[in-house]
Design a binder for this molecule. Structure first.
Ligand SMILES: C[S@@+](CC[C@H](N)C(=O)[O-])C[C@H]1O[C@@H](n2cnc3c(N)ncnc32)[C@H](O)[C@@H]1O
Length: 428
């Protein structure tokens, strides 16, 4: 019987490669001490999936015949452990993968012997196996969707030729960044050179779990923190966070504009619950409303001095954190871009005179960001671009004193998730 960690990893791989689905955020919640190994195993299988499959193919009797997903999953997991997880014994890597293949739900029982034979042979020279896998072209691990996302990230900066460099960078597991909410900083958190509120954990120091659990700090990506470091000195008394869960940006808005009235919308009931809990724990006062933001905005008469529209999106900019992104089904993109436009139009109608709207998505795809900016400029010419970020956060090559209304950090010169955003304001 494979360990619970391996069973969870196999389920996650079936979800991605069988269903085109995403790995749920809490997939490893019940794993306890097993979680670290399971996370490493899943990350390696997702990030090296193409190469793992390419290594197996020529060793099959009939390489052109399709291989059942259960066999591919068992082999990928076994090979990843043998090649890159030296702490796992040969015995565990081989036998547990064979047991997985023998599982009717997760494996493919007739291929038990094949998995056993291939893994036993590979276990004889683990370093050689790693070298063979690494020597295969890295491009095998990319899907057409991944290529499109990388090109979308690089083209606006004239850096198309650096696709391989960006891909290699995105294959490294991301290092989280933090933001302090109150009290003293735990040992090992140091401020970012560009964004002083953004904190990095020094190499080798323990993850500050107790500090996060006490709601004295939060994890927040560096790009989100840069987006929210907009320069704006007009009075802000009413704020709307239109797509708020899990509440990281709502929290940052409350810190930035203490005393302002804050309304936070979220459509999904479970996420609303989580948002309420998180804000309460952090002592953030906000009216949380469960609603479809488009319908809510279209029906309200309220106006706001500041609207943040951190819209639902494809998440292409998060593929470092979500290595399954290249392989999941993205056929809902047209629905998302339609929703983004409806949300945008409805939101700008609720801007008070002199008010600022910030639109953002954690995606590089132009149809989710910059093309909406161009479309909105035509549809609502009375709005003005608001240059609220330093030019270095946009398309400018250099950091200088100029500013930009387009947030589009360079994917190679800026460390953080891929984001696009723009800011518009209504005349006072
Ligand atoms: C990118 S996330 C927001 C992240 C959040 N701003 C933060 O920084 O913690 C987008 C959120 O919008 C929610 N959402 C999706 N469609 C929505 C809609 N029509 N109205 C309101 N919220 C929506 C999603 O459930 C998701 O929680």
């Amino acid at each position: 019987m494979p360990t619970p960690g391996r069973i969870h990893v196999a389920h996650a791989l079936h979800e991605v490669f069988g269903e085109g689905g995403r790995v749920p955020d809490i997939w490893d919640r019940d794993l306890g001490e097993d979680a670290g190994l399971a996370q490493a195993m899943l990350g390696l299988c997702l990030r090296r999936w193409g190469r793992l499959q390419a290594w197996v193919k020529p060793k099959l009797k009939d390489p052109d015949r399709g291989v059942p997903l259960g066999t591919r999953v068992s082999l990928a997991m076994g090979l990843a452990q043998l090649a890159w997880l030296p702490g796992v014994s040969d015995h565990a890597a081989v036998n547990e993968s064979v047991d997985l293949c023998a599982d009717r739900e997760l494996g493919f029982v007739p291929h038990k012997g094949l998995v056993n034979a291939l893994l036993r042979r590979a276990a004889k020279d683990r370093q050689g196996l790693a070298a063979e896998l690494e020597a295969l072209p890295a491009a095998l691990d990319r899907s057409p969707a991944a290529d499109r996302a990388l090109q979308a990230a690089l083209v606006p900066h004239g850096a198309e030729a650096e696709l391989e460099t960006l891909w290699a960078r995105l294959q490294q597991p991301p290092r989280p960044t933090f933001r302090s909410l109150r009290g003293e900083l735990p040992e090992g958190l140091v401020p970012d050179a560009v964004l002083p509120d953004c904190l990095h954990l020094e190499e080798g120091l323990p993850f500050p779990r107790p500090w996060l659990e006490a709601a004295e700090g939060m994890v927040q990506d560096r790009s989100s923190q840069a987006l929210l470091a907009y320069a704006w000195d007009r009075p802000v008394t009413r704020i709307l966070d239109a797509c708020a869960a899990p509440g990281g940006k709502t929290t940052a808005l409350a810190l930035r504009h203490p005393g302002a009235e804050l309304t936070a919308l979220e459509v999904h009931p479970r996420r609303v619950q989580r948002l309420r809990q998180t804000l309460a724990q952090r002592g953030v006062k906000a009216e949380v409303v469960q609603a479809d933001a488009a319908a809510w905005l279209e029906s309200t008469a309220a106006t706001f001095d500041l609207i943040l529209l951190d819209a639902p999106c494809s998440g292409s900019g998060t593929l470092q954190k979500h290595p399954e992104w290249p392989w999941v089904d993205h056929s809902d993109l047209p629905r998302l871009t339609g929703l983004q436009r409806r949300l945008l139009l409805a939101a700008v109608e609720r801007l008070a005179p002199g008010g600022l709207l910030i639109y953002a998505v954690c995606s590089w795809l132009p149809e989710e960001g910059v093309l909406h900016r161009d479309w909105l400029a035509e549809a609502r010419p009375e709005l003005q671009p608001a240059e609220v970020w330093p030019a270095s956060m946009g398309r400018s090559a250099e950091a200088d004193a100029s500013t930009t209304a387009l947030f589009q950090p360079h994917p190679l010169r800026w460390e953080g998730e891929g984001f696009q955003g723009f800011a518009v304001c209504r005349k006072a």
